[in-house]
Every structure is written in structure tokens, then in C-alpha cells.
Design a protein around this ligand. Structure first.
Ligand SMILES: Nc1ncnc2c1ncn2[C@@H]1O[C@H](COP(=O)(O)OP(=O)(O)OP(=O)(O)O)[C@@H](O)[C@H]1O
Length: 240
């Protein structure tokens, strides 16, 4: 008897998973439920854009996914390993090993050159051959600026240097908050092209963005509104 097998997606492909995330803030009398049960998955090689109006909970979500913040409820897993509900030092260790983070505030230490910022990020992960800092800087078009301090760089150069640091440890997951926010068209294209290249190499990418260009390159779009997530593809759903 012939047996037909239906190829099924392996759960190993689910590199980043969030299950029922809640984040409750209390500031004095003020209470905010910034995330209200957000579940999502980003698979190997996939680029997901998260969109939504101001205050929707996008940065809170990204911080919880990156282990920079702790959700009040729910769970985050990266490469099968739970990153939420752990001491901060353990979250930092897991983040350095598995996740590249590109934040609006940029991820560079001001007193270190661009090259030393990359090397510092690489020192946090042992036992993995590191890509040469010079090669990373070449990829983002900053080979000539290796010795520059962050304050000596333009906004576009800073964004590219931040990306080189985020990619320093060849992460399984790349999380970016408005990576193309204030960039000119050329730099935006370069950043998005690099993001696509990483996804093509198997990286799971999640971008919080208002940029139509970034939404266009995404495989899936998740609309966040008042702390709730919903999958969408409709341009009209993508409120800014
Ligand atoms: N540390 C905090 N303490 C108290 N409330 C907070 C804190 N951080 C965020 N919030 C609140 O949580 C909600 C979600 O904020 P968040 O920054 O995640 O939104 P956002 O979608 O990223 O907005 P924007 O697009 O304006 O950056 C907002 O109501 C915000 O005021």
C-alpha cells in the first residue's frame, strides 16, 4: 500500500514565538495595559513587519521579545529557549547569543569606536567564530569609518553602524524598532536590503515600522492596536 506523506512545517522553523503576552504598567495612579494577550511566531527566513498607531504597544512588544523587558504574563521563546521570566543577566546572555537588536536610540556605546562596538558585542558570545568587524563594516558601507566614534557619524551612518552591531553575532533573530525612521531613501534601501539578505540566509526578522517600504518587503504584516495583535495584509489596515 502506498503511503503518502504530507510535508508539514517543522516547529524547529519557529525561531521566535510569543504566547499570550501581557504587559501591565503602573505609574502613580495611572495604569496601562500595553499588551493584551499578543501571540505571534516568526519563522526561519521570514520577515514580519509590526505596524500600528502611536501608543499601540509596538516598542513594548519589541522590548519583551528581545528580553529587554519582562512581560507581566505570557512567554517568549527564541530558538526553542525561553527568554522571558529569567533574571536580567540570563536574558542578556541569551540575547547576545540569539538576538540582534536595533533600537531607535541606537545600540552603540559613545566612547568606543564603531569597530570596538562590534568587537564588544562579539565578546559577549564565546565559542562561535566571529565575523571580522571590518567585513561587517564593509557590508554596511562603513569600511572607512571603523575608527570613528559614534558622535562623528551622520544619522544614516549611525543607523548602518547600529545594524553592523546588531548583526555582529550572526543572530538567529533580528529585531528592529523603526530601523529606517529618519533615513534618506538611499540609506533606507541599504538597510532594508541587508535585512532581506539576512532573512534569505535564514534569520527570523521582525521590524516595527511606519515605513511603506519596510512593509512592502515583509512576508507578513501584524497590526497592533491598543495592545492587541492581528495579522493583516491590507494597506488600509496599516494605520500609522
Ligand atoms: N515605562 C512605562 N511606564 C508606563 N507606561 C508606559 C511605559 N512604557 C510605555 N507605556 C505606555 O504603554 C503604551 C504602549 O507604549 P509603546 O511605547 O509600546 O507604544 P508604541 O506603539 O511603541 O508607540 P510609538 O509609535 O509612539 O513609539 C502607551 O500607552 C505608553 O504610554
Amino acid at each position: 500500500m502506498a503511503v503518502t506523506t504530507v510535508p508539514s512545517r517543522s516547529y524547529d522553523d519557529d525561531v521566535l514565538t510569543a504566547r499570550e503576552l501581557y504587559r501591565f504598567y503602573r505609574a502613580g495612579e495611572e495604569e496601562t495595559l500595553a499588551l493584551r494577550g499578543v501571540s505571534l511566531t516568526v519563522r526561519r527566513g521570514e520577515t514580519v513587519a509590526v505596524v500600528g498607531p502611536s501608543g499601540a504597544g509596538k516598542s513594548t512588544l519589541l522590548a519583551c521579545l528581545a528580553g529587554l523587558d519582562e512581560p507581566s504574563g505570557g512567554e517568549v521563546r527564541v530558538d526553542g529557549v525561553r527568554i522571558s521570566h529569567r533574571p536580567e543577566t540570563e536574558r542578556a546572555r541569551l540575547r547576545a547569543r540569539h538576538i540582534g537588536v536595533l533600537l531607535q536610540t541606537r545600540n552603540l556605546l559613545p566612547h568606543l569606536s564603531v569597530r570596538d562596538n562590534i568587537r564588544l558585542a562579539q565578546r559577549a558570545v564565546r565559542g562561535r567564530p566571529a565575523v571580522a568587524a571590518e567585513a561587517l563594516l564593509e557590508q554596511v558601507g562603513l569600511a572607512q569609518r571603523a575608527r570613528s566614534l559614534p558622535r562623528q557619524l551622520s544619522g544614516g551612518e549611525l543607523a548602518r553602524a547600529g545594524l553592523a552591531v546588531a548583526l555582529a553575532n550572526s543572530p538567529a533573530v533580528l529585531l528592529a524598532d523603526e530601523p529606517t525612521g529618519e533615513l534618506d531613501g538611499g540609506t533606507e534601501q541599504l538597510v532594508l536590503r541587508m535585512v532581506r539578505e539576512r532573512a534569505a540566509e535564514g534569520c527570523a526578522v521582525l521590524i516595527v515600522t511606519h515605513s511603506p517600504e519596510a512593509v512592502r518587503i515583509a512576508d507578513r504584516v501584524i497590526a497592533l492596536d491598543d495592545g492587541r495583535a492581528r495579522e493583516t495584509r491590507e494597506a488600509s489596515d496599516v494605520r500609522h
